[in-house]
Design a protein around this ligand. Structure first.
Ligand code: FES
Ligand code: FES
Length: 907
């Protein structure tokens, strides 16, 4: 008989077997149903699984159940049930917008409750100290600090009108730990799937006795390329679908799937993947673009491993640069950046009546359905994708990854099959930010005006295309930044290597490009003896002036107000740095200030980009909004609903959301390229107006506020007269609706010509950021003291959510500048791959600028990508200001900062 441990779980006596010394985290989730305990890494690195044991925060994933006998274990749900502080903290998280995707929130809140029980009024430093072990990839942590510090303050009333900040509609689930993520959704009786992956960067392989292996391990199924009924290929850009579900005889990158095993959880747990019967023949691998251009061809139709190129040309760049009174140039290198969402990929599939249904987190349900139908050789109507909440995405959950494996297995077995990626396989196999090698050269006249600009960038796109074509096309358009360029050439190339595919990650290559461009602008200003902000203001793009692609905006260019918003803090910070450097002349700290600008075109580049939003009213008088714009934490559920409610003329509280289930919700396109507020927002606006029109006609009035009662819709006119219509026996237009409005929006763009001239985007958003920091000249460490972030969002539909996006993006920019680099085979966990912790993010002052866009819903522009574009260049420019040099090989780790200082001294 196995040994049992008795313990208290959320105040109730429990017992569990300790025979196998299982991890407490999985026992709490699987045996006791505590889905509020999240598993982000299963290795003690992320803190998502934090519980209180005898009042102290502990990572449940690295705690053996053998240690809990006689002790008290508390999870978030238990704390909320019995602890007033926890309930007040939940309100504070809602009020401050401290939960975005919500996957880290239970661990964060449990840890904070532990702190608040000991110290009811902690300082910021004490909060940062206590919460230092819990990672959040979305929020930038500052809202979390505010929530913990201000626990107990009330939630201010907000009616949900555009421009106000009601708490997010899905927020309560996140702060109570009841949000359903991919791994939370799986049925208890589902079989488990594990993917077998290449341990080599490039290798030929042959399988051995698969049947014997399956028999020996009591597996239900082994899947390989031979089991794919449709095409063994998927991708996201038309004409570039090239990625294998299972590699066929040759694996092109470390982590590529070659097979999958399916069985009970016990059977799968007993399998050592290294014993899987496969013989590898290691082949030469090229991990850098320079090697790849001389090495083996990964795809026969792509000579030199060049997947595609992009360019934009205007005027004569070479001549313009030479004509300048001064010239400057920079060459930079950036590495892979891992998305590091705290929720690894997870979900399950079911197969019934000839239809496959796939449940899990995604940024693009309809695009996923299209790919799955081709792989599974099914009609699209026989594939259903039902998104769960996504615990972060940032671009990587646009591409399919786990979905085809479970879908194939469910089809073959006629049973539910689940998968949850380990942190290691998530990092090894899913897409990354493109590494880049970029050179920029520019010239400026003696009055400071730019005379010419040249950009050349090579991007390592890994073994498969993913979003590489988007990066190659988008970068040349944005490479010069939001400035006036009469003589401009920008070229790009996306080059295959034997690395994990590089794909979409906040900015699609623009953040890398901005680093080189903004470094060069600082150098030009310095050579001219100009203030760096004045140089940028002089050259800032404006209304009526063509962009590098020849596009002219008449009234929505907002970069100048962004820079203007920084003028006062800029002058103050320069003064502070000068004073501190003079005062602390004998200490190793040197203070610096840097700034950078950025812009980003919202939506697809010169391609159709439609969104459709459906709304309807039932006979019961209930209003539904089918909101297919996936909310991965950024707040689309709330923002799209606010726009819709405003257009319809109802209270936000009257709107009931229906998610992105592909069976019942139309395609709102993918959540990427900062398109949802703008594109889906416009579709929601149109849907709201169309439904309003129907209601007004129904009650025979022309104006008024709409509301609902059981079986009725009412319009209260300006004179107070209430007009009613009975809905209870109206004919259905489309089950279950008696009134319905399905509306679409597709932004106006045009194709670019051979010189990249045209209208690539209907709208750009603009940003300028400023960084104050100190560099330790003996250690090479960088301490960021303050960041100002000015963003032109056209119209802030929900200012708290705008703030949250800015904070989160700035934090990712800090990581990109100072600490993050994914190295295949070496940094495949959150211990070796460092992302910013709560102690790394300084105070952030946001400046929300509203220059309305003519196309945007209520003037709104997109924001999600823009937020990190200027952060890294502003940090590097501040380092250079502080010590006279900065690394050009990112991230700027202390060793590289020291080397740059040394090189500058020797120069
Ligand atoms: S899941 Fe336990 S620390 Fe990450
Ligand atoms: S809200 Fe913290 S990881 Fe998403």
């Amino acid at each position: 008989m196995s040994e049992m441990a008795e313990f208290t779980l959320n105040g109730e006596k429990r017992e569990t077997s300790v025979a196998r010394a299982d991890r407490l985290g999985s026992v709490l989730r699987c045996e006791f149903g505590c889905k509020d305990v999240k598993i982000g890494c299963d290795a003690g690195d992320c803190g998502a699984c934090t519980v209180l044991i005898d009042g102290l925060p502990v990572c449940a994933c690295i705690t053996s159940v053998s240690r809990i006998g006689g002790r008290s274990v508390e999870t978030l749900s238990g704390l909320l049930a019995g602890d007033e502080t926890a309930r007040a903290l939940a309100d504070a998280f809602l009020r401050e917008g401290a939960a975005q995707c919500g996957i880290c929130t239970p661990g964060m809140m449990v840890t904070a409750v532990g702190l608040l029980r000991e110290n009811s009024a902690p300082s910021d430093a004490e909060i940062q100290d206590a919460l230092g072990g819990v990672l959040c990839r979305c929020t930038g942590y500052r809202k979390i600090i505010d929530a913990v510090r201000n626990t107990g303050a009330p939630i201010a009333a907000a009616d949900g009108a555009v421009g106000t900040s009601p708490v997010r509609l899905d927020g309560r689930r996140k702060v109570e730990g009841t949000e359903i993520f991919g791994d939370d959704a799986v049925p208890a009786d589902a079989l488990c799937l594990r993917v077998i992956r290449s341990p080599h960067h490039h290798a030929a392989f042959r399988f051995g006795d698969l049947e014997g292996f399956a028999r020996r391990h009591a597996l239900d199924l082994i899947l390989t390329v031979d089991d794919i009924p449709g095409v063994n290929r998927f991708g996201v850009i038309p004409g570039f679908a090239d990625q294998a579900v299972y590699a066929n005889k040759t694996a092109r990158f470390r982590g590529e799937a070659v097979a999958a095993i399916v069985g009970t959880s016990q059977a799968i747990a007993m399998v050592d993947p290294s014993e899987f019967p496969v013989d590898w023949t290691v082949l030469p691998a090229a991990l850098e673009t320079s090697e790849a251009q001389k090495g083996d061809i990964l795809h026969t139709d792509r000579p030199g491993n060049v997947m595609c190129r992009g360019n934009v040309r205007r005027g004569d760049a070479a001549n313009g640069i030479d004509r300048g009174a001064v010239q400057a140039g920079a060459s930079i290198r950036t590495g892979f950046i891992e998305h590091s969402y705290i929720e690894p990929e997870a979900g399950y599939a079911d197969f019934r009546d000839g239809r496959v249904s796939v449940f899990g987190g995604t940024q693009a349900p309809v695009m996923n359905r299209e790919s799955l139908a081709e792989i599974l050789a099914l009609e699209q109507s026989d594939v259903r994708v039902v998104p769960t909440a996504a615990g972060g995405g940032f671009g990587s959950k646009l591409d399919i990854s786990w979905q085809p494996h479970v879908a194939l297995a469910a089809m073959r077995l006629g049973r539910c099959v689940r998968v949850t990626y380990s942190r290691g396989e998530s990092m090894a196999s899913t897409t990354k930010r493109h590494p880049s090698r970029i050179s920029v050269r520019a010239g400026a006249a003696s009055d400071g005006r730019l005379t010419g600009f040249r950009f050349d960038g090579d991007f390592n796109t890994g073994a498969y295309a993913s979003w590489g074509p988007t990066v190659a096309n988008r970068v040349p358009i944005h490479a010069g930044g939001p400035y006036v360029h009469e003589n401009y050439t920008a070229t790009s190339a996306a080059i295959h290597t034997n690395c994990a595919p590089a794909g979409a990650f906040r900015g699609f290559g623009v953040p890398q490009a901005a680093i080189a461009q903004e470094l060069v602008f600082d150098e030009l200003a310095e050579k001219l003896g100009m203030d760096r902000l004045a140089f940028r203001l002089l050259n800032a793009l404006d209304n009526g002036i063509p962009t590098a692609t020849g596009q002219v905006f008449q009234r929505s260019v907002g970069i100048r107000p962004c820079f203007e918003a920084l003028r006062e803090p800029w002058l103050a910070a320069l003064g502070r740095a000068t004073a501190r450097n003079a005062h602390d002349a004998n200490v190793p700290l040197r203070y610096g200030v840097g700034l950078a600008g950025g812009w980003y075109g919202c939506g697809n580049t010169s391609l159709p980009n439609p969104s459709t939003i459906r709304s309807g009213i039932t006979r019961q008088g209930r209003l539904y909004l089918h909101q297919g714009a996936q909310d991965i934490g950024q707040g689309a559920n709330t923002v799209i609903a606010q726009i819709f409610a405003e257009a319809l003329g109802v209270a936000l509280a009257d709107v009931h959301l229906v998610g992105g289930d592909t069976d019942i919700t139309p395609d709102a396109g993918k959540t990427s390229a900062s398109r949802q507020t703008f594109v889906s927002g416009n579709a929601a606006l149109a849907s709201g107006l169309a439904l309003r029109d129907q209601i007004l006609r129904l009650v025979n009035c022309t104006e008024g506020r709409i509301s609902f009662a059981p079986g009725q819709v009412m319009v209260t006119g300006v004179d107070g007269t209430v007009h009613r219509a009975d809905l209870s026996d109206r004919a259905l237009i489309a089950d279950p609706y008696v009134l319905q409005a399905v509306e679409s929006y597709d932004p106006p763009t045009s194709p670019l010509d051979e010189n990249g001239q045209g209208v690539p985007y209907a709208v750009f958003g603009y940003t300028a950021q400023m960084v104050e920091l100190a560099v330790d000249t003996e250690l090479g460490t960088v301490r960021i003291d303050h960041i100002h972030a000015a963003h032109d969002v056209g119209r802030a539909i929900n200012p708290t959510l705008v703030d949250g996006q800015i904070h989160g993006g700035v934090a990712q920019g800090v990581g990109m500048a100072l600490m993050e680099e994914f190295i295949p085979g070496r940094t495949e966990n959150l211990h070796d791959y460092l992302i910013p912790t709560i102690g790394d993010i300084p105070e952030i002052t946001t400046h929300i600028i509203e220059v309305p866009d003519e196309h945007g819903p209520y003037g709104a522009k997109g924001l999600g990508e823009h937020v990190l574009i200027p952060t890294a260049p502003a940090i590097l420019n501040a380092i250079r200001h502080a010590v006279g040099a900065c690394p050009t090989d990112l991230p700027a780790t202390p060793d590289k900062v020291l080397a740059a200082i040394l090189a500058a001294k020797e120069a």
